[in-house]
Design a protein around this ligand. Structure first.
Ligand code: ARG
Length: 458
């Protein structure tokens, strides 16, 4: 077997070594990124005079063919291909002969692999942001068409105050806006090329890392070769940004599980976005929502796993760093699948607005409005709270309905009792950012503007 280091070693590597250390099984998906990095590197080697123009052409043609073979599935992997970088260089050398053997001039897999993973992360974070924006668009559409539908707003999962359905949906939408911002921010910080750092210290050859950086579309090149090959902050940040999306999906998922339960009955899933039971014929289950909740745990594990891998590493490259890839790949795959599944679910779910209203119309939902009515008459809030609390307690004890107690109370009376009528309390949430119709209409405008601005960021 011909390894990249065969000159220094006698005989072949042990089978167990290859089985344990090879990463080809998962880093094959970095092929397009490795090819992009290799192209930039070869062009740079040509421009600084380390390869002739014809050598550059031969290597670029070999890279093109290798890329085509990889994309079509015709690429034949060799037992010595421990990772995709080794495989591509091996094939290019087979195809381009002596010129191909110059591809790795001044380069190490240490800077090569860091470069490829950054290119991958740059692309995937942008794609994830686009997926998130599509989910936000659905939340916005559903909010805009929800009209004056309202449901209980909960604290401690106890009914607190009615809120417009649009307000509730956009609460999830705004959380996702911060995710888009985080993805953009992480992407800006990772937009630095490590290529040209070599194994650890740079090179005696006249390499031009600025040239390769701009060739690959990076905003900058590294400032320190040791940092360039050992930094995986970008992978950890990408994982955190992904994990935060996963957590937001999980919280939305939990909402859906609750809303679609027979106990709440606030929403019904479209058949295409629900599952049945193998045994119980009547069941319709919210599996997407539950997996959004369940997979968040795994994605958090990907983040904490990588952080633990990084924490004790001395500078610069250590093979431990190969453990950066699987968690990142898994997180971006699972988050993107989850966002897209939830987008379809939210686009097709039907809201049972009568059940929502019925749950929100319990007279006690207006308790705060009664207290605020007293405040408007000059009663200190603490006293108003006690007065209304006393009426609520008496109605719960069965003295009379809350409405009758309110009507009979000289401090409250008929005008106050009118606040208990179905649909009235939510109209009284008038403050900016509040849950009532005027505030929500303004919020929808601002959300739409934010979404339009975010769509142009990537
Ligand atoms: N597959 C390796 C990785 O992902 C490539 C770098 C190997 N470098 C080395 N010095 N052994 O990190």
């Amino acid at each position: 077997m011909s390894t990249l280091w065969h000159g220094r070693f006698e005989g072949d590597p042990a089978e167990e070594l290859m089985a344990y250390t090879a990463s080809i099984g998962f880093d094959v998906r970095l092929a397009p990124d490795d090819v992009a990095g290799s192209r930039a590197h070869v062009r740079m080697l040509g421009r600084v005079g380390l390869l002739s123009d014809s050598e550059v052409d031969v290597v670029l043609a070999a890279l093109h063919q290798t890329e085509t073979e990889l994309a079509s599935g015709d690429f034949e992997f060799a037992p010595s291909d421990e990772d995709i970088h080794t495989a591509i260089e091996r094939r290019v050398t087979e195809l381009a002969g002596a010129a191909g053997a110059k591809l790795h001039t001044g380069r190490s897999r240490n800077d090569q692999v860091a470069t490829a993973l950054r290119l991958f992360a740059k692309r995937e974070l942008a794609a994830m942001a686009a997926d998130v924006i599509a989910l936000q668009q659905v939340l916005l559409d559903r909010a805009a068409s929800a009209g004056d539908a309202y449901l209980p707003g909960y604290t401690h999962l106890q009914r607190a105050q009615p809120v417009l359905l649009a307000h509730h949906l956009l609460a999830h939408g705004w959380a996702l806006s911060r995710d888009v911002d985080r993805l953009a921010d992480a992407r800006t910080r990772l937009d630095v090329s490590p290529l040209g750092a070599g194994a650890v210290a740079g090179s005696s050859l006249p390499l031009d890392p600025d040239m390769t950086a701009s060739d690959m579309g990076f905003a900058a090149r590294f400032e320190n070769s040791m940092d360039a090959v050992s930094d995986r902050d970008f992978a950890a940040e990408s994982l955190f940004a992904s994990a935060m999306v996963a957590i937001h999906l999980s919280r939305l998922g939990e909402e859906i599980v609750f809303w679609t339960s027979e106990e709440a009955g606030f929403a019904t899933l479209d058949d295409a976005y629900a599952t049945g039971s193998s045994m119980l014929p009547q069941k319709k289950n919210p599996d997407i929502a539950e997996l959004a909740r369940g997979k968040a745990g795994r994605i958090i594990g990907n983040l904490t796993g990588l952080l633990a891998t990084l924490k004790g590493l001395p500078l610069a490259y250590n093979r431990d760093l190969q453990e950066d890839k699987e968690p990142l790949f898994d997180a971006v795959d699972q988050v993107r699948l989850g966002v897209r599944a939830m987008t379809g679910l939210m686009a097709t779910i039907s809201f049972n607005t009568d059940a929502m209203a019925a749950a929100a119309d319990a007279p006690t939902s207006a308790a705060t409005d009664l207290a605020e009515h007293l405040v408007a008459d000059g009663v200190p809030f603490r006293d108003a709270h006690a007065i209304v609390g006393d009426l609520v307690r008496r109605s719960l004890e069965g003295a009379a309905s809350l409405a009758d107690l309110v009507r009979a109370d000289p401090r409250l009376g008929e005008t106050a009792a009118a606040l208990l009528a179905p649909g009235v309390p939510v109209t009284r949430r008038t403050t900016p950012g509040g849950a009532g119709p005027h505030a929500v209409a303004a919020q929808i405008k601002r959300f739409r503007a934010q979404l339009d601005a975010d769509a142009t960021r990537f």
